[in-house]
Design a protein around this ligand. Structure first.
Ligand SMILES: [Mg+2]
Length: 112
């Protein structure tokens, strides 16, 4: 699947800028705190739209990229390929919503 390859390539490129001096525990903490922080930055850009600011689409794309980088680091901590995660997620969604989204299938699904 092409999506898996794209994520694998991204993960390899992102790995180049991880701090190699961190212990595994420190890498996990860095990824988790960083993911939380970057999601906060995505939310902050939207929050500012309620203070009269226009949504800064360029900044939003950069922050979404930062979220992706943190996900790559988190996957590396566990030795997981982001492509596998992406493909498993799509497979789960195809099982859950074989004909696309439906509120009924969302309300009455068997797996979390
Ligand atoms: Mg950021």
């Amino acid at each position: 699947m092409r999506m898996g390859f794209a994520f694998k390539e991204y993960q390899q490129q992102a790995r180049r800028t991880q701090n190699p001096d961190l212990t595994p525990r420190e890498r996990l903490e860095h990824a988790l705190w960083g993911l939380s922080s970057e999601v906060g930055e995505v939310c902050s850009l939207h929050q500012k739209t309620h203070q009269g600011h226009a949504l800064d689409a360029s900044a939003l794309r950069k922050e979404i990229g930062d979220v992706l980088w943190m996900i790559a680091e988190l996957c590396d901590v566990y030795g997981w390929d982001m492509g596998w995660i992406a493909e498993d997620n799509i497979a789960k969604l195809r099982r859950r919503f074989p004909d696309g989204f439906s509120a009924d299938k969302s309300l009455h699904r068997s797996e979390p």
